[in-house]
Design a protein around this ligand. Structure first.
Ligand SMILES: [Zn+2]
Length: 452
């Protein structure tokens, strides 16, 4: 009976809190994370034995199943395709704007962002990214400039923003000659400036400005090379600890920025690793939201990048015979419909060829042979994969094309697409995020959920 009462109480508290609206908002943005990338990741997890997922289900899949999903446009004031700056500006500011603009509308007038509204209501706010804090997405939530390239000005505005938590890369925009005294000034204003994991973990209250690399933070797949640099998940845990000390609540934006970078490179394996990075962070955030009952958690993207798809292919005679001999050809035709092992190969990918290729080019000229390149590629991919170099050293672009040919993938672009995106909402006010809408409507939805 006691158990039953406890359960009923628990249900009552959860439903009651949901009915009362949200006290906190957490907004997780997968930069460049289109529906195709989300699908590739979820299907990949289902079909690969990964130590992170003993039940072969991603947190993303479970989160979507427990939430409200909608689809939204991200076009700008006068273009179909957006960049990250305009997308962040439109999402956080509730306006139409133009590519390259940060926190200003299409006529250049400053917006009042969701985070700035939250500050006026006495809430605490924070932004976290694994690229650099002066980059387009975090900037669009707290700064106002005519161009995303004004990084030193953005750094100055971040320090003055009234935020409690700013974590990510980008140290050089705060301590170069353009902003020589900015960190000194920040400390005078109560910011605790930290530059590594140990220093971050010592912060127990107050304001924290964490700048953990000169520019972007490392790729998730490289995290073991940088043991004193916190991961996105670790930064997020600290932000939740600090921001939830405010009784009036908080609004936090977390960006998984490197999904976009790996997609721009058209390397599917690293893109999936960055999705694992996002998934771990989502797990932390969703656990928090479930425990609190008063927190609206929203996951979306700013735009789609790359657009990777598996496709079936007709094989040449040699490849067909080779694959048949290995038992890979299931249908007796010369068409390769993509075996599930392709997913395992993608997750095995350890290092971006974007880094491997320059390493190869730095070898003494004598050593720059196709065989050596294939050997370095095999090491980076984690499984031997014949890129069919035919004794010739390809350009970097040719190498990536050969990689994708071997991995069974085709990409629509190395840039951004104009495609629609998915937004997933959990918690009080989540109903408003179903259906079809435009990214400039998001701010009003959050404000309504928060009761502003
Ligand atoms: Zn972006």
């Amino acid at each position: 009976m006691k158990k039953l009462l406890g359960l009923l109480l628990c249900l009552f508290v959860t439903a009651g809190a949901f009915a009362q609206g949200a006290k906190n908002v957490i907004w997780l943005i997968g930069d460049g994370m289109g529906p195709g990338t989300m699908g590739l990741f979820m299907e990949g997890v289902r079909n690969t034995q990964l130590p992170q997922y003993p039940d072969k289900r991603s947190t993303l899949e479970k989160f979507i199943n427990a939430s409200v999903t909608g689809m939204y446009f991200n076009n700008t004031y006068d273009t179909v395709v957006t960049d990250s700056a305009c997308a962040a500006t439109q999402m956080a500011g509730g306006v139409l704007s133009r590519p390259d603009r940060v926190g200003v509308d299409f006529e250049g007038r400053p917006t009042v962002t969701l985070l700035e509204e939250a500050l006026k209501q006495g809430k605490s706010v924070g932004v976290i990214t694994d690229v650099y804090v002066t980059d387009a997405t975090p900037a669009g939530f707290l700064a106002h400039t005519q161009s995303r390239r004004q990084k030193y000005e953005i750094a100055r505005q971040l320090v003055q923003s009234g935020a409690q938590v700013i974590l990510g890369g980008g140290l050089r925009f705060f301590d170069q000659k353009e902003n020589k005294n900015l960190l000194k000034q920040a400390k005078k204003q109560g910011w605790q400036v930290v530059k590594n994991s140990a220093a971050l973990s010592r912060v127990q209250s107050g304001r924290v400005l964490g700048l953990f690399s000169q520019e972007a933070m490392p790729f998730y797949g490289d995290k073991d090379r940088y043991p004193s640099t916190p991961t996105l998940k670790e930064m997020t845990q600290k932000a939740l600890e600090l921001l939830s000390q405010n009784e009036k609540g908080f609004v936090l934006m977390v960006e998984a920025g490197k999904v976009d970078w790996a997609l721009h490179d058209n390397e599917a394996g690293p893109s999936l690793w960055e999705m694992i990075n996002l998934d771990e962070t989502l797990d932390t955030l969703w656990t928090f939201a479930q425990r609190q009952g008063n927190t609206l958690l929203y996951l979306n993207a700013d735009h789609e990048t790359g657009v990777p798809v598996f496709e079936y292919r007709h094989l040449d005679k040699d490849t067909f015979e080779h694959k048949s001999a290995q038992g890979e050809m299931l249908y007796g035709t010369d068409t390769d419909y993509v075996n599930y092992s392709y997913y395992q190969n993608l997750f095995a990918h350890k290092r971006l060829l974007y880094y491997v290729y320059p390493d190869f080019k730095n070898l003494p000229a004598k050593k720059q042979t196709a065989e050596k390149l294939q050997e370095m590629v095999n090491e980076a991919l984690g499984v031997p994969t014949d890129l069919k170099l035919d004794g010739k050293v390809p350009s970097y672009e040719e190498l990536i094309a050969k990689l994708n040919q071997a991995q069974g993938l085709r990409w629509a672009t190395g840039n951004h697409s104009g495609g629609m995106l998915l937004g997933v909402a959990y918690g009080p006010g989540a109903e408003a995020f179903g259906g079809v809408y435009h990214n400039s409507e998001l701010k009003a939805k959050f404000e309504k959920a928060l009761g502003f």
